[in-house]
Design a protein around this ligand. Structure first.
Ligand code: AMP
Ligand code: MG
Length: 327
């Protein structure tokens, strides 16, 4: 089989660590790396074997397409059919948490497995100095799905990555906690009209300010279009109860603002109800409540309401999936 157990190397984002990460990626090995959104599970996107081993390490269904990461827009647009709208969006938001889905270029070197059989490819330039240095050094697009086992919460620190993938990947570049903390916004601009496939770090409002109205599919309708929208995609082990207004005795609390009365185990997303702070802390909070809650014999996570505008849209999208019944 593709996967051989081995020690996962912990690499510092200094010259030696970056060189080692680069060498491993060029050799077709998997190296997780920090970005401004979440940790990505890096693989040379042009190497079929490396891309296949991503699915093996994640235990992910093979049909999920992967985002290819680039050091700049020029490199990205060499592999897809860039449109005027793509260039406008890249100028406005790259480097940054916006993924563009575009038609593959005729001579696109990216593994077809990374496109999961679609004629489109998702591309992004991440806003993280270490990652950009690594991408420049490798000189190939790097596929980088979130560095977690399939169906688990996305990792926002190297420790999260190691908790799930230690021994299953060659290395992790320890580039600190993730500033944004939710995944990139995924925007499909391969057709006649732009479609939001996943809410994320760049708000819909900001995108519409640049290109005008964007269609967005409801999560249920989006499933066919973007497999990553599978209902229970970001699930902790404990079930999640949404928009809680009172505590039950057997629950842990994911708080947004003043905690509900009677809560024992509390993770505060943002005491000041700041959406950016809440987004950055969301996955770490779900993980922490999940493990601590189980240790204390709690059976559920109650999540307080978060307003649905700006980054709150992405937070609620993740919370709804965490709360969806398991497939
Ligand atoms: P992740 O790799 O965990 O950051 O998730 C990537 C997201 O991008 C998933 O929701 C994928 O389904 C979506 N995606 C990637 N490539 C494409 C594509 N070519 N068409 C549509 N959705 C895509
Ligand atoms: Mg993911």
């Amino acid at each position: 089989m593709l996967y051989q157990p081995h020690m996962t190397e912990r690499l510092s984002p200094d010259r030696a660590g970056l060189a080692r990460a680069c060498a491993l990626l060029r050799a077709g090995k998997l190296v997780a790396f920090g970005t401004e959104t979440v940790y990505g599970l890096g693989a040379d996107a042009t190497n079929d074997h490396a891309v296949a081993s991503v699915f093996v390490a994640k235990g992910r269904p093979h049909f999920n397409p992967l985002i290819a990461h680039y050091p700049d827009a020029e490199a990205a647009f060499a592999h897809v059919r860039a449109t005027d709208m793509a260039r406008q969006l890249a100028d406005a938001f790259w480097p940054g948490p916006l993924t563009l889905v575009l038609r593959r270029a005729d001579a696109c070197p990216i593994s077809l497995l990374a496109s999961a059989g679609l004629d489109t490819q998702a591309v992004r330039v991440p806003a993280h100095a270490d990652t950009l240095a690594l991408l420049r050094a490798v000189g190939q697009p790097i596929a980088g799905p979130s560095a977690n086992r399939s169906g688990q919460v996305s990792p926002t620190s190297a420790a999260h990555v190691l908790a799930e993938l230690s021994g299953r990947i060659a290395g992790v570049l320890e580039s600190g906690p993730c500033e944004v903390g939710v995944e990139s916004t995924v925007l499909d601009i391969s057709g006649d009209h732009p479609v939001l496939l996943r809410a994320g770090g760049i708000t819909l409002e900001a995108i519409e300010a640049v290109i005008g109205p964007v269609a967005h599919t409801a999560p249920a309708a989006g499933v066919l279009r973007s497999p990553g929208l599978l209902a229970s995609h970001y699930a902790p082990t404990l079930p999640v109860r949404l928009t809680a207004t009172e505590m039950r005795a057997d629950e842990a609390l994911l708080a947004f603002g003043p905690p509900l009365p009677g809560a024992g185990l509390v993770f505060q997303l943002s005491a000041a109800q700041n959406l950016a702070e809440a987004a950055a802390r969301l996955f770490a909070g779900l993980r922490w409540l999940d493990t601590q809650g189980q240790t204390r014999g709690l059976v559920r996570i109650a999540a307080m309401a978060v307003p649905s505008y700006g980054l709150g849209r992405a937070i609620n999208d993740r919370l709804h999936r965490a709360a969806a019944p398991r497939a």
